[in-house]
Design a protein. Structure first.
Length: 156
């Protein structure tokens, strides 16, 4: 995906437009040992907007590169004094994300309880086990994305 002819590189202009970012976006491949390094610290949720594409691939957009959207032309995206309407919207979004986090964690607990049963390996067909493993990875990625979003919103 990260190859010069890969899907992400070919879609770079669309992603730049979609994320409203100026300059170049930086891709960090989670399968490499780079994530424990200064790259991850430099692109933390407090300095970058994070979009989880997969558990192994995250898109970090530096907050300094974000542009204001057309509907926010009267105020900056990083406005130091949000209006009451903005605060109410943010509180509503935090409430929605916390509810979704509870749902994702509940689904993850149910799935993990199913996976640890002794008869699971004996009774469940291989294709269902593969599906369950993929579902577990998706739920973990969703949980991580929601937690990062909440952490970013908390800093604002």
């Amino acid at each position: 995906m990260l190859d010069p002819e890969g899907a992400l590189q070919q879609s770079l202009s669309h992603l730049t437009h979609f994320t409203r970012a100026e300059g170049s976006l930086q891709w960090i491949d989670g399968s490499e040992a780079i994530l424990g390094s200064a790259h991850e610290q430099a692109m933390s949720p407090s300095t970058a907007a994070v979009h989880v594409i997969s558990p192994q691939l995250k898109l970090f957009t530096p907050l300094s590169a974000l542009q204001s959207s057309p509907e926010d032309s009267s105020s900056s995206v990083l406005s130091p004094t949000p209006s009451k309407a903005d605060v109410a919207k943010q509180q509503q979004e935090v409430k929605r994300l916390n509810k979704k986090l509870g749902t994702v964690r509940g689904d993850l607990e149910k799935l993990q309880a199913r996976l640890v049963r002794p008869e699971y390996l004996e009774r469940v067909p291989e294709n269902v086990r593969v599906f369950d493993a993929k579902r577990q990875q998706e739920l973990l990625a969703q949980e991580e994305h929601i937690l990062l979003t909440l952490k970013t919103m908390d800093k604002e």
